[in-house]
Design a protein around this ligand. Structure first.
Ligand code: GCB
Length: 605
């Protein structure tokens, strides 16, 4: 039976990143989890992908049983078949491969995953999609031997339609995952974190009605705290479908007629309880068509800047933050579920935070949703980190695609107040063009949030200078500085002089230093908890005096794995700048920071 063909394909560059328009709010749709046990084959030479003339099997006219995605089994004892998924070992999905088997700890390359499943449609007119929360880094996805597409970028979701390919029994989903680092990628070759490979987030099948709600935005209108505005997009533009937005608690219930498969709306309302860290109110929001009702929980708040102030619901705030990597340090593995998110955000709460910087890439949806519920403001970032290939158009497109997917997924989360474009990128004409392009792209997708990037400072004529040209285009001037760790004297820190060229809110997006938890000594001795504590004390005395300072997010909540950190007996593969160890034990500096935030909380009441 001929069913719907894919109508819209997001095709950024041929053969680079081909996935279909992203479904949002997947946890409230009809889903079947494909998490669990998948067979895998380690394939460093990509034998399952290329023939011996190094031609990709999936670009040859003839089907070839040697291609791993065909999941072929010998039909008689004489036949030569040199792989067998069903006899291969298994990995748990979601989860990185590095932490599941010692032999995969340092592995960077291709691993094939296979999972078999049966599927019965709830309704035979419905459509089916396979959705991946994230795969690091490049995924090529095949169902029953047919290629669904390619996705590039390790931290954002994507989906493919499988309506016409899926069968009631004996489906096999095969994913080629490749986490090799390369220059043109986002991030590029050089990062200070572990390059965890694999299907690192949830996988699910999503069954949708023939006409379905594909995407929507329900947020306060920019500059108006009494108008709920946004859009709803349906997957097709066939008829004049009725689309209803209802927010029962606000007595909102309005029906619109879709034109070209979409509606835009503005609804006046006066009685909103605004979302804030003190009162993270979320409203039940229903979006309905004749065939579907989707529920979301959405908070409403305004966020803007006026001169040096960040205003949340019109009130000046100080961002009491902390940086977080997407890693459960105690497992030494990528974080991927609500329990992991709870550990991190509970620690952040204990530290006194009202804000977290989710570094250096979009984290999973669990933590963003939890931040919404717990009242934690969020800085969300894409991995334009250090020296990406700024002159390369393909690289820019990959970065834009990651930004699109992050904003598409998270634009209804009140917690997110900042989209960050980059971290510590070296200024140049090419870099400026690249970042300006991203800033414009971000504003075009969502103009209701602030845009920032973690910049750097430099030292000139006795002053710490922040004058990066890109600061002109940001709403918040954020920069990283490591006084007392990578340079600069801690004794002199409190008297540091500053020359910041922008009349905008200033946020210290990183500061800190390393300590091995349990290692004690004097403040003169690196790696001791005492040195780290002193570093925090002196940095905080300095930070308080920085003109227009409106927030900090020290580096970092807990120790995290990094292959760059090799010092024996101290680092052993861990970046030790955590305020909490990889065993979950708080270091002295945790309490220094906690006291500072107590003080800031009183100052900004
Ligand atoms: C930085 C980077 C961060 C590193 C950190 C460090 O400036 O933004 O990714 O991990 O410094 O520990 O050196």
């Amino acid at each position: 039976m001929m069913r719907h063909l894919i109508i819209k394909i997001l095709l950024f560059i041929p053969f680079i990143a081909i996935s279909q328009e992203l479904l949002i709010n997947t946890s409230n749709r009809n889903t079947t989890s494909l998490n669990g046990t998948w067979n895998y084959i380690v394939d460093p030479y990509e034998t399952g992908y290329y023939n011996y003339r190094y031609e990709p099997y999936d670009q040859l006219p003839e089907k070839n049983n040697s291609a791993f995605y065909n999941n072929y089994h010998a039909s008689n004892k004489l036949e030569l078949v040199e792989y067998d998924f069903d006899k291969s070992p298994t990995l748990t999905v979601p989860g990185d491969w590095n932490s599941q088997y010692e032999k995969l700890f340092y592995y960077e390359g291709t691993i094939w995953y296979k999972r078999s499943f049966d599927y019965s449609f709830l309704n035979e007119n419905n459509r089916l999609f396979v959705y991946f929360g994230a795969i690091n880094y490049k995924a090529e996805v095949y169902l029953n031997g047919k290629k669904l597409g390619i996705h590039e970028g390790g931290f954002t979701p994507f989906n493919f339609e499988v309506t016409d390919i899926v069968k009631p029994k004996g489906n096999y989903l095969v994913v080629k995952v490749d986490n090799k680092r390369f220059k043109e990628a986002i991030p590029t070759i050089n990062t200070d974190w572990w390059n965890y490979g694999g299907i690192t987030r949830d996988v699910k099948l999503i069954e949708e009605p023939k006409t379905f709600i594909h995407d929507y935005k329900v947020q306060l209108k920019k500059g108006n705290a009494n108008i709920v505005s946004g859009y709803v997009k349906l997957n097709n533009s066939l008829g004049n479908e009725a689309v209803t937005i209802s927010i029962p608690e606000l007595k909102i219930n309005k029906t619109y007629t879709a034109k070209n498969g979409a509606i835009e709306f503005e609804i006046n309302t006066k009685k909103i309880s605004y979302w804030s860290p003190e009162s993270p109110k979320l409203y039940d929001v229903f979006i309905k068509t004749a065939q579907q009702s989707l529920k979301d929980e959405i908070g409403f708040r305004t966020i803007e800047t006026v001169g040096p102030d960040i205003l949340l619901n019109g009130k000046s705030i100080f961002l009491r933050g902390i940086c977080i990597h997407e890693e459960n340090a105690m497992r030494g593995a990528r974080a991927y579920n609500n329990a992991d998110a709870l550990v991190a955000l509970n620690w952040a709460k204990e530290l006194g935070c009202n804000y977290v910087r989710l570094a250096h890439y979009p984290h999973n949806e669990y933590i963003v949703k939890l931040a919404d519920k717990m009242g934690m403001m969020v800085w969300e970032e894409i991995p334009v980190y250090w020296t990406v290939d700024f002159t390369n158009k393909k690289t820019l497109n990959i970065a834009k695609n990651q930004l699109t997917e992050a904003i598409t997924r998270d634009k209804n989360r009140a917690a997110i107040i900042i989209w960050s474009m980059a971290n510590e990128t070296p200024p140049s004409e090419a870099r400026n063009t690249f970042l300006k392009n991203l800033i414009n792209h971000s504003k075009s997708l969502d103009d209701t949030r602030l845009v920032s990037a973690a910049l750097e400072k430099h030292y000139k004529d006795g002053f710490n200078v922040v004058d990066d040209e890109i600061g002109n285009y940001l709403d918040i001037v954020a920069f990283n500085q490591y006084t007392g760790w990578y340079g600069g004297s801690l004794e002199d820190a409190p008297n540091a002089k500053w020359n910041i060229k922008f009349n905008k809110p200033v946020v210290i997006s990183e500061f800190g230093g390393g300590a091995l938890q349990g290692f004690h000594g004097t403040i003169q001795e690196r790696w001791t908890e005492e040195y780290q504590e002193y570093l925090y004390e002196q940095n905080l005395k300095m930070i308080e005096k920085i003109p227009n300072i409106r927030g900090t997010s020290p580096w970092i909540l807990n120790d995290f794995r990094s292959p760059k950190r090799v010092l024996p007996d101290i680092q052993d593969g861990w970046n030790r700048k955590g305020l909490i160890s990889n065993h979950g034990i708080k270091k002295k500096a945790f309490f220094t920071m906690q006291n500072f935030y107590k003080k800031m909380k009183l100052q900004y009441q």
